[in-house]
Design a protein. Sequence first.
Length: 92
Amino acid sequence: IETPTTPIMILSRISRLARLGLMTSIMYTLKDASDRDRLGGTTFVQLNYLMSAAFLAMAAYLSPVGLTLLGAVAGSLSAMTLFYGVTNAKKD
């Protein structure tokens, strides 16, 4: 944390941490659904699409900054969750 800390800086960090917590809980929910072979449900398909969009946004944000490895990881996670969403939607 930088020395001249403003309330906006603190709220920004709390917001990023909250988003990370939400993404973590969604990914855990998808893992649990996968363990129970329930990924074909509409809720889980929609969660796969949501995570795909979130990882794509993260990849687009990280790539111009110079963090190309993290951008590539986020991009591959985006492709993976999109693929899971499409394949599970086609099973119905």
